[in-house]
Design a binder for this molecule. Sequence first.
Ligand SMILES: [Ca+2]
Ligand SMILES: [Ca+2]
Ligand SMILES: [Ca+2]
Length: 419
Amino acid sequence: MKATRSHSLITALSALTLIAAGCGGGGSSSSAVNPTSSLNEIDTSGEPDGVVPLPGTVDARIRAVFDKYSNLDAPGGERIHFLGQPGVSDERMFRVKAIFEQLVTDVPGSALGAEKGDVFDAVAALDTTIVVVEGQQAFDVTDAPVASFVAFFDGLYASVDCSKVVQEGSPEYLNPDPAIDGTLSETSGILLRFGLGATIPQFSAALTAARTAAEIQGIYQPESAQPQGLADSNYLGLILSVYYGVWAHDPSSQGTAGTADVYDFCDRDAMAAGDPDAIALIESFFSPRQSFPAYLSTSFSGTFEMQFDPAIAYTHRSRYLERVGFRGAVTGRINGNEFDNTFLGGDLADQFEGRGGNDKIEGDLGADEAFFSGPRAEYTIVPLDATVTRVSDTVAGRDGEDDVRQITRLHFSDMIIDL
Ligand SMILES: [Ca+2]
Ligand SMILES: [Ca+2]
Ligand SMILES: [Ca+2]
């Protein structure tokens, strides 16, 4: 176990030095205390989203900068740590972790991503710590506590800027001109530099080739020359964001994406037509859908739409979501899309409409309701066990077979049924 671990550490470290040149010290003096040793024993099981306050047992150099913690367990048993600054909300902290987890979740049938355990393990073997910072100013390396943290971690951390995390259902997400969500871009860059790049060289080679080809064709014009590792991770972050609809509302009205219109396509269809190498690259490793659990922001009320509607800007993004829910006292209605959705209810009375696909609707606490398109007579309602009821649409291609759990009432077009 130890031998394997130090081997992958060395492999990953040389990859880091190579890929992320200039991103912190390369020295890994063996005499130093492992910076994550005081994080390893933190118990996060008491919180449903696994985000907990940083306990007093944690090294003071960490506590001077951060006050919340979460983690992900890689299949090999190592851990990826997440630290959050005081101004980072639990929901954003969770979203960063959930999106990172999605990136290392297996994508069955994909050429390079069907079994991602090695990539996940490679990131965790480095004792990688992802720090979610309030903003660039709040993580200024010239501030003494930050400088002390940075020296302690000796380059083995990566930061995500919380101000670039755009929560589903937040005002900036629902806005007619939604804010650009940087979460995918930042987390994919970390994944590339801390594991994917070194573990799957075919992916790295294809990435460099796709970026270079796009630059030669003039469809991708980054502002200035960058070291290869950074150039590749910037390109990956941008094409992934385009692929998942972050730029599809076309903020510049030029059909382009990226700061200063660096990329000639703003949505998945345009990219498939104009930059098929980018699509092939993404789909060799990443899922066509966003499978992380997207909990609507604490500020949300009303109806959240997951089906694409050109009149609702945020549906350019929500169309790719599979799992959406309410947490705690946040409530409202969620209308699903054609995927097999999972809906997660909160403490109050929530409403869900699965629409196409075989959906899972879990109301949790409160008098929760599920909605269906047709009249009662066109559905069968069969209890699967003590807690789950299957509502099957007998009209093909409409509502599918939806499994409801902790749902009080079923709404059909002609009547309401109490369960
Ligand atoms: Ca509920
Ligand atoms: Ca659905
Ligand atoms: Ca359905």
